[in-house]
Ligand binder design. Sequence first.
Ligand SMILES: Nc1ncnc2c1ncn2[C@@H]1O[C@H](COP(=O)(O)OP(=O)(O)OP(=O)(O)O)[C@@H](O)[C@H]1O
Length: 865
Amino acid sequence: MMEQYHALKREAGDCLLFYRMGDFFELFFDDAKVAAGVLDIALTSRGESGGESVPMCGVPVHSADGYLARLIRAGHRVAIAEQVETPDEAKARAKAEGKPSSKVLVARQIIRFVTAGTLTEDALLEPRRANRLAAVCEVRGDIGIAACDISTGRMELEECAPEGLPAALSRLGASEIVVPENWEAAPADATQRPASDFASERGRQRLQDLHGVSTLDAFGEFSRAMLAAAGGLIAYLDHAGRGAMPFLLPPQVLAGDATMAIDEASRTSLEITATQSGARAGSLLGTVDRCVTSAGARQLAEDLSAPLATRPEIEARLALVRFFHDDPILRSDTREALRAIPDVARALARLVAERGSPRDLGQVRDGLAQARNLHGALSRLPDRPALLDALLPALTGHGALVGELSAALVPSPPTERSSGGFIASGYDAALDELRETSGNARRAIAALEARYRTETGVSSLKIKHNGVLGYFIEVPARHGDALMAPDSGFTHRQTMANAVRFNSVHLHEEATRIAEAGGRALAAEEAHFEGLVEQVVASRETIARTADALARIDVAAGLAERAAEGDWCAPQIEDAPCLEIVAGRHPVVEAALAKAGERFVPNDCALSDTDRLWLIGGPNMGGKSTFLRANALIVLLAQAGSYVPAQSARIGLVDRLFSRVGASDNLARGRSTFMVEMVETAAILAQATTRSFVILDEVGRGTSTYDGLALAWAVAEAIHEQNRCRCLFATHYHELARLAESCDALSLHHVRAREWQGDLVLLHEVSDGPADRSYGLAVAKLAGVPAGVVERASAVLAKLERGREETGGLAAGLGDLPLFSAAFQAEEEACDTLREKLAALDIDALSPREALDMLYELKREGGES
Ligand SMILES: Nc1ncnc2c1ncn2[C@@H]1O[C@H](COP(=O)(O)OP(=O)(O)OP(=O)(O)O)[C@@H](O)[C@H]1O
């Protein structure tokens, strides 16, 4: 057995091996130690290997899913080695091979690798979260990404530059990433696979084979990097499923400019689908989600993760939300209908991956039937928005399949198919007859029992059944002798302490009838199951489209519900780079305040081409960050196709959204708070365009006052002069107010506060004009810093302020600085002079020594430039 075990373990590589033994999956050696630790189960030992006892632990097969889920969550992968023949088959095989049957070992094979990205089981998946597997590789400097969710069959391909990879991966949020082995730039914790799996020509071939086409033209255009990644992805799925290929729809190419770009840091900072501590509750998704189906919730998460960047698409989604928003009865009827719809996409995926159950067939049947009902209700409505009209056809067209499944299956089919009972009566006459036969035999046995009681006079005689003896007659021990007589018609089978057991010819006959009919009935049900699965699999693409359409409708109705609940408005999408939000609110903070019985103070924002940078000052805790984030979230919601928490909103399309709010130490990646802040700021300066929207909170806070102020000043100038994007910039540096004198599209604002009877009152109101002071000490007092320390601080402050008056203050002289662009102008001019001098040189005529001298001279003149 150990020999067989080790062979399988070699095949399993770095996966934990679940080795099937009877009703258990057993783990041995190091696998056992790891699993016992993660699963908190007993580590025992069995036998010896090399003189040492073999560590072992095991989990019952019937509850293996829960244990698998925990191992996967802890970052492990598991290979499942199943028994692929019964002990009887093994014995027969041994006999045929001329071996003694006592020595024979049941054959086992790895039937599947269970990894985070290749799950389909409900027990292992979170219902409201997509589960993505991504394959990433590099082809001549381009990064190819192929991602799929095999629980729904969606597959996406994209290509990006190496620096775009982190953003793309953070949008995908894949649970497992596959890369070619030994790739230096591979993301951490990725699964390595042979580099040959990622050859682009093989990728093309694999895609063609998968979809049974001879060219990919109909699916779109694919770059070499995309094909290479697709190849790696398919090869991995093939490996993990041991040839049982999961369901994949034709790949969709993600165009870089179709969605709003949000980099990893901004995504984390905005807490779009999870809070910074990883929870869904408290994220934007958590507060917006009113979907009634899991598939809808997954779609909403996708929508929020990748807001659209084109107006017609956004408006189409908004029109559908409006349709449900403006008609509360329609909304609640639709949601009621959706609520009854099972997760068709995931049931379908299990059926295609050959892991389906009768229950999955039932879910497909119910989902498709409900979809048709919904179609009936929605297609009767007047003034339907275009998106709904585009979705409606996908809700019908499965009549024949639904009819077949309805006729074939019982109303709620079981998850276990081995004990049968899921095919409805009336579907198959032969099956009905078999059932009838075994039913009759069972009744005959009941009649036998009554007859034997009268014949023997033993009123406590019973006919029972167990797994070892099958059917038998049992009487209490004291009546045993009466039935032992040779002419009694009973044959003795077993004597227990209190009872004696017998068989009889009649009982044997009936029992045989039951067994035979039962076995044949099971076989018949099994055959029907295979046939029905085949029919479902044949229609997989249209069924997946139905599931998608249902999810999209659920998202729209859910967003409408959320909008109605929170009194949200439909945003107006513009081409001009404006951002006019009247009475905007932060949905998450508002919900949190409401729970505490407090009111959120709405604020306006009015950015335009000529007033595109707002500098926002005011006290700590005054609501600056909240204001910044609220506006970013409103933009994000609007472009995802949702209503927004505001009284009105005009939003000029945003191509990229950046958020640098709040310090998030990234010590794990070896960067200090200040370093993280600068890296993110650098990314914004390099990437923000005139169509972008940037929120920046307290740039330069993590360093000395002078360095910080200088950086904040230069960053604000650069954003104003060079990026020219819309920007909300919160800061504690009063000195930055001087920027308003030179930057014409920059204006000053502040969050209001009042000191009242020595206490600070924060109004959370954004007003025009510069902040008067920062109230830092008052906030410190509010936070419970000891009175002595606050008093001491105010003495220090008074001294500092006196010093500032004497020296002209921290910002003295800043007003004379040339503007950002003017500073560059001077450098440009210096460069021009250098260029002229260089052009005039006859370089070939110079000796190396002269050339070197020349270089030094130029450097002296040109300085940094
Ligand atoms: N508009 C608002 N209405 C009601 N309460 C608000 C509002 N804005 C902020 N708050 C409350 O004030 C708290 C602090 O807000 P926020 O973090 O935005 O302040 P801040 O000005 O950015 O502070 P700091 O400068 O210290 O970072 C929030 O957690 C929230 O409870």
